[in-house]
Design a protein. Structure first.
Length: 233
């Protein structure tokens, strides 16, 4: 089974198991979360789901919801009232405890606000994302105000990280996030205390948010090459 089919299968499995009519849903960003959004859209169009109120985590997700007619709100909308029943999102890496890193698609700031405002949290990944320790192979994303690029880089290096400014692919210069910030990608040489590091990174002046997600205990759906989906509660 190719990777796209695996992402489709894992997104569908999470929606089938967890999404119910009447829910207030956080919808994630990226190539694994979007098939879950599509499946919700399909079920709404078929009348198998009703009264879904969705909060998207990015421009990409909003566009996908618009395509499917999924009703969109913000966390501030009266219809949402700052809390969600469930969020489904992808991840860059997930460890055996369900801690994960996010932000490869640059949307970590709203993804974290939405995740931490959700009663239940589900992560959908393919099997290549499952690791023993976070942040050694795929970098942890750190969203920083542009004015703090150099000072934050030095502070991150003093925590033992290798730091790289995320460059845009088809534009000269850095990636600019949906909140007009830059992203520093940091990689560690040895395993870190992920919960402590999530707090520590946000203490650096100019850091807006970081891509370590350790305060939720998600249900993790892992898509495998043979087409099966493992559910880790
Ligand atoms: O955190 C994210 C975006 O900010 C994504 O969920 C994460 O990067 C995984 O994306 P993909 O499923 O495309 O690999």
């Amino acid at each position: 089974m190719d990777q796209n089919a695996m992402k489709d299968a894992v997104g569908r499995a999470a929606v089938e198991k967890l999404v119910r009519s009447g829910m207030k849903l956080g919808l994630g960003t990226g190539s694994t979360a979007i098939p879950a959004v599509r499946h919700i859209g399909l079920l709404l169009q078929q009348g198998k789901l009703t009264d879904i109120r969705a909060v998207p985590t990015s421009f990409q997700t909003s566009i996908e919801c618009e395509k499917w007619g999924i009703p969109l709100f913000t966390l501030n909308s009266a219809e949402i009232g700052g809390s969600l029943d469930l969020t489904i999102d992808g991840a860059d890496e997930v460890d055996p405890q369900g801690n994960c890193t996010k932000g490869g698609g640059g949307a970590l700031l709203v993804e974290k606000v939405v995740a931490y405002a959700s009663a239940a949290y589900a992560i959908v990944v393919d099997e290549t994302k499952v690791v023993g320790n976070l942040g050694l192979r795929f970098p942890v994303s750190v969203e920083v105000v542009p004015e703090a690029r150099v000072t934050a880089t030095k502070a991150l290096e003093s925590l033992g990280a290798e730091v790289a400014l995320r460059e845009a692919l088809r534009k000269a210069g850095p990636v600019i996030t949906e909140h007009a910030n830059i992203l520093l990608d940091i990689r560690f040489k040895k395993p870190i205390d992920v919960a402590a590091m999530e707090t520590e990174l946000n203490r650096i002046p100019g850091v807006v948010e970081n891509g370590l997600f350790t305060r939720k205990h998600p249900t993790v759906f892992v898509g495998r090459g043979d087409g099966s989906v493992e559910v880790r509660e």
